[in-house]
Write a protein that binds this ligand. Structure first.
Ligand SMILES: *Cc1c(COP(=O)(O)O)cnc(C)c1O
Length: 470
């Protein structure tokens, strides 16, 4: 079949628009008599029990993937005579249940606000296994983090050195701290940009690190653990990590001359496939390459290989989740292709959620894929754009994919790879309640975060309370 001229160049017309590309779906997803099932539960049952839109998380996948990512780094660094620590970046998707899955898989957890810290503590995560990030932590957030004994605070500015030291003094603690530096390396998918200084808000310039570390070390309430950097997100290869590791190690070696530097934190950002055109390197390959680069760099500098920490978020939880929607309307829109006098039809398929449950297309131009979830069809594939229900033309869930041409109101659609940065970025735009999160495993489903009701939405409105009877 000829591609629709409106389709992006990377999108291939599928032989079968019902097929599930394994890299996009969590590991327990299959089709059974046409219906998509996950964790042994059919999507029809999920729809009738919980409604749509619905965030569905494959618990087994999330747990296994967390262990797999942890093992990839620990094995790679054991091979070069050192060790690795893996922090799950909670901002990707954090709930009490997910925090438990991560710690049970042997991971530590990164938080970057008082709210994320509260969730981790409510999940009974050992505070010693928490890292606390942020370029503008409040004095109150720092105080709480120090008082509960978080494992490390990532200092992001010179002002924060004093703030953390004061909190440590108040609580009579010695606080372990890392120092985030701006390595000048920024990476995304296949490209990375290396400059002397990146124009961004995080960290302090690499050239200022020695002074900042001297100030940290001069403070008896602070214990310097090492340097930290995070170079971007959705990174497919290892070159950006290699470059930032080399830059940090040079400074790390200088710091070793004045005192211990047990660890180096290279951050997160490991990419995943959102569509079949994405080809991220497997996490084991990335871990091996980074371990080799770090070991070689340390050999050249004649220093021991430090413990290296990583902070993957998306690479752990992204593929564990998909979102279920119900189709409400379809519309064929005649569009000029840009070639003189040539038009083509784009089919808009509107669903019952949208940019409030997945902001990434609107925020980053992110691409997603889509499948009809409750049936298969041998109708010819048609190019579709899945739109949400918000009063906003940029409210797109899936910019372009092919679905069977008989897609119609009432169909259940599943959009894969919504486990990271969808629920956590969700909003109440247009007063839509945020959908529930359901975990499935071994033939059973359960709500791990309940959805919002209209009562929830009205509850914070002071006008509503005034009118309510006492
Ligand atoms: C966002 C973030 C991460 C996680 O990024 P992913 O792309 O989800 O792996 C890790 N570390 C820091 C400091 C971050 O800001």
């Amino acid at each position: 079949m000829a591609p629709n001229p409106l389709a992006p160049h990377w999108l291939v017309v599928p032989d079968d628009a019902n097929a599930l590309s394994p890299e996009l779906w969590s590991r327990t997803v299959t089709r059974s008599s046409g219906e998509l099932t996950v964790g042994g539960v059919g999507v029809g049952e999920l729809q009738s029990r919980y409604g749509t839109p619905l965030y569905v998380v494959d618990e087994l996948h999330a747990r296994e993937r967390a262990a797999e990512v942890r093992d990839a780094f620990t094995t790679a660094f054991a091979r070069v005579g050192s060790a690795a620590k893996v922090y799950y970046a909670g901002k990707a998707f954090l709930s009490i249940e997910i925090a438990r899955w991560m710690t049970e898989a042997g991971l530590n957890i990164d938080v970057c606000s008082g709210g994320e810290l509260a969730v981790a503590l409510a999940a009974d995560v050992d505070p010693g296994r928490l890292g606390f990030h942020g370029n503008n932590k409040s004095v109150g957030e720092i105080d709480r983090a120090v008082s509960v004994g978080v494992g490390a605070i990532v200092i992001d500015s010179v002002q924060e050195i004093e703030r953390v030291a004061e909190a440590a003094a108040r609580h009579g603690r010695v606080q372990r701290v890392r120092l985030r530096v701006n390595s000048g390396v920024h990476a995304h998918t296949h490209a990375f940009l290396a400059t002397a200084h990146e124009d961004q808000k995080f960290g302090i310039a690499l050239g200022d690190a020695a002074d900042a570390v001297a100030r940290i070390r001069s403070n008896p309430g602070l214990d310097f653990v090492g340097l930290h950097c995070h170079i971007g997100s959705q990174i497919f290869g290892s070159d950006g990590f290699a470059e930032s590791a080399a830059r940090l190690l040079a400074v790390h070696a200088e710091l070793l001359a004045e005192g211990p530097v047990p660890e180096l934190n290279l951050g997160g950002g490991f990419g995943i496939a959102y569509t079949t055109s994405d080809d991220p390197s497997p996490i084991g390959e990335l871990a091996d390459r980074i371990a080799d680069v770090v070991a070689a760099g340390c050999a050249t500098l004649d220093i021991p290989v430090p413990v290296v920490a990583f902070e993957p978020g998306r690479a752990i939880i992204g593929t564990a989740g998909f979102t279920l929607y119900t189709v409400g309307t379809t519309k064929d829109v005649l569009v000029s292709t840009g070639d003189e006098g040539v038009t083509a039809v784009r089919r808009y398929v509107s669903v019952d959620g949208g940019m409030s449950d997945n902001a990434r297309p609107a925020l980053y131009g992110a691409d997603y894929a889509v499948r009809i979830a409750d049936r298969v069809s041998d109708a010819q594939p048609e190019l579709v754009r899945v739109a949400g229900k918000h009063c906003e033309s940029g409210d797109i869930v899936v910019d372009a994919d092919y679905l069977p041409g008989d897609v119609r109101p009432g169909d259940l659609l599943a959009v894969p790879v919504t486990g990271a940065y969808c629920w956590s970025l969700a909003s109440n735009y247009n007063y839509l309640g945020r959908p529930p999160v359901v975990a499935v495993r071994d033939g059973a489903s359960r709500v791990i975060v309940r959805g919002e009701t209209e009562a929830d939405l009205l509850a914070r409105d002071a006008g509503f309370r005034e009118g309510a009877s006492a």
